[in-house]
Design a binder for this molecule. Structure first.
Ligand code: 5RP
Length: 280
């Protein structure tokens, strides 16, 4: 791996812990104004100080992420299908590698749809993106998307999809947590992060998912709705970060969440706009 790629990877995965809390805010590219992400800046700004990375499209980056914020960007570059389609797999590349470099992205992300009608097209998109990523020193994250078929998320399917992503050359893979997740990790020779998926019933469920994923070998999360659709998103990301970077248990995370909710949201809303600095 050359310097540029290594340097960018070190912005995606925190070298001091080998782990990462990525904040996923790229849902609008096919879902439109998703609940609680209707105004992206309002959602993203209070969470930036507690995230290692923010995942967005170029439109949200330009309109809603202050260039002076100290936060690496995971740029979503695949798309082309909306939630109105039954089959979401008909994706192409929506943003060029040159544009990703111009926007100073630290990595790019692309969905692959293994087993879906457009499987081949999405896998070839990944191959092309990896070729360009190697040329420009830009890490590529493959996302093992399942479209509307959430029931696909089992260890057999996810092992297959993650391994295919790594074989085509993805530098990182985002997938889902599942029963038998360690088998998914074992079969995937590049770092894995987990998405949260649709909002779970309780905070404890979220912390359990994150804790187990980390225990079984994920290097972190790229999580959205279970953070920003919560009524206390800052307390939520702080608790998730405690599991990821400080080795907190699910119980410790829940205690931290309960201690800080309310208080921390009030403090954050008082924060001046241009000081979205990450605490270290
Ligand atoms: C949207 C995505 C999301 O980034 C991914 O699903 C993570 O977000 P969430 O935790 O809300 O599932 O890829 O297409």
């Amino acid at each position: 791996m050359d310097y540029g790629l290594k340097n960018r990877m070190s912005r995606m995965i925190r070298p001091s812990t080998g782990r990462s809390v990525m904040l996923a805010c790229d849902h609008g590219y096919f879902m439109g104004p998703t609940r609680k992400l209707e105004n992206p800046r309002k959602t993203i700004e209070p969470l930036v100080p507690y995230a290692d990375v923010v995942s967005v499209t170029r439109g949200v980056l330009r309109s809603s992420v202050d260039p002076e914020w100290d936060i690496p960007i995971l740029l979503r570059v695949s798309g082309g299908t909306s939630i109105l389609q039954e089959d979401l797999s008909n994706e192409g590349l929506t943003t060029s590698m040159k544009e990703a470099v111009r926007l100073n992205a630290s990595a790019v992300s692309i969905s692959i749809f293994v087993g879906a009608p457009n499987e081949k097209q999405t896998l070839l998109n990944l191959g092309k993106l990896v070729d360009e990523g190697e040329e420009y020193g830009m890490p590529v994250m493959a996302i093992t998307a399942v479209g509307k078929e959430l029931e696909k998320r089992d260890d057999r399917y996810l092992s297959l999809a993650c391994r295919i992503a790594a074989e085509i050359g993805a530098h990182m893979v985002k997938t889902y947590y599942c029963e038998g997740f360690s088998r998914v990790v074992d079969g995937c020779p590049v770092p894995l992060v987990v998405a949260g998926g649709p909002k779970l019933n309780t905070e404890a469920d979220v912390f359990q998912l994150v804790f187990k994923a980390l225990q079984e070998g994920a290097v972190g999360v790229d999580m959205g709705r279970n953070i920003w659709q919560n009524d206390n998103p800052v307390a939520m990301i702080k608790a998730v970060s405690a599991i990821v970077h400080e080795g907190a248990t699910q119980k410790e995370a829940l205690d931290l969440f309960n201690e800080t909710k309310g208080k921390i949201e009030a403090l954050t809303s008082a924060r001046p706009r241009r000081t979205a600095q990450r605490p270290r």
